[in-house]
Design a protein around this ligand. Structure first.
Ligand code: HEC
Length: 278
């Protein structure tokens, strides 16, 4: 692992979080132990530790340790009040508590790491993060739509118009339907799909229904065992896309002239065809 790789690894949020957790746990454990010792001394279970020779230690949180931190106890703060007086607001020149100073050093160290990672090395910029976020969400959306597509039924079906869907529909049609409806949809045993006439209705929900359940007594097979819902939606959309094309040998119109219930856009056809039951 190179230094750069290591820094990248170390700056992954989960690792920073883990580090913080470990540090905090150690600090907590340390204070718990201190408290237990103190309690033991108070309860007479343990002798008070002999005072050590005083030397400045960065880790000594004891305010008695004045060599380094030299903070003046609250009772004596009066003595170190500066003469500065700003409209009655005075300046107290005490040393900051060790935990505060350590916190400050930590922010400096963090700042340096941040600078190196994002400016010197090629840490992800906000724009990169935004883009990868979008890509992630797009993938979720796609998965959601794909999962939903498999639950499409005659109530929720919508007309697909994108080329991929129509291409898939065309292939399904050629493989399964052309024998009875002709490769160009002009009709053979089954009716012509290129005209304006429909026996069972020319909305996407109607066509989907016929494909799904079939019209068994008339020789139209039910396809729900053979095709999945998405495939039925694709082939239904393809069938509807044939309207207005000119087949080689068009069969005479069957059924009635189909007019959409209203001029609603294609994707609301399903909602129009099957109003929600209240
Ligand atoms: C075995 C022959 C046969 C096959 C295969 C077949 N159909 Fe049909 N289809 C028919 C017949 C016959 C009708 C007419 C039913 C009627 O008169 O009610 C029909 C009707 C339809 C209708 C309704 C047309 C209208 O005017 O309302 C649609 C939509 C349809 N078929 C789609 C398909 C699709 C899509 C496939 C392939 C997945 C397919 N069919 C495969 C024979 C077939």
């Amino acid at each position: 692992m190179t230094a750069i790789e290591f820094t990248r690894w170390a700056f992954e949020p989960v690792h920073i979080f883990a580090l913080l957790t470990v540090v905090l746990s150690l600090l907590t454990a340390y204070s718990v132990l201190q408290t237990i010792n103190l309690l033991k001394v108070k309860l007479g279970l343990k002798e008070a530790p002999r005072p050590k020779a005083k030397h400045a230690s960065w880790f000594n949180w004891n305010t008695e340790n004045k060599a380094l931190w030299a903070s003046v106890p609250v009772e004596q703060e009066r003595d170190i009040m500066l003469d500065h007086d700003y409209d009655g607001i005075k300046e107290l020149d005490n040393k900051l508590p060790p935990w505060w100073v350590w916190g400050f050093y930590f922010t400096i160290a963090w700042g340096i790491g941040y600078l190196v990672y994002f400016q010197v090395m090629s840490g992800p910029r906000q724009m990169d993060e935004f883009k990868s976020d979008l890509a992630e969400k797009a993938a979720i959306k796609e998965a959601f739509l794909a999962a939903n597509a498999m639950t499409v039924d005659e109530n929720s079906v919508t007309l697909l118009t994108d080329e991929t869907a129509l291409g898939a529909g065309k292939k399904i049609f050629a493989d399964n339907c052309a024998s009875c409806h002709a490769a160009d949809g002009g009709g053979l045993v089954g009716p012509n799909f290129t005209d304006e006439y429909w026996i069972h209705g020319g909305g996407i929900a109607d066509v989907f229904s016929v494909i799904k359940y079939g019209v068994l007594e008339k020789g139209m097979i039910s396809w729900q065992e053979t095709l999945n819902p998405l495939q039925m939606q694709q082939v239904a959309s393809y069938v509807l896309s044939l309207k207005g094309t000119t087949p080689a040998a068009p069969k005479e119109p069957q059924g009635t002239l189909w007019t959409a219930p209203n001029a609603a856009p294609a994707d609301t056809t399903a909602a129009v065809a099957t109003p929600t039951a209240e």
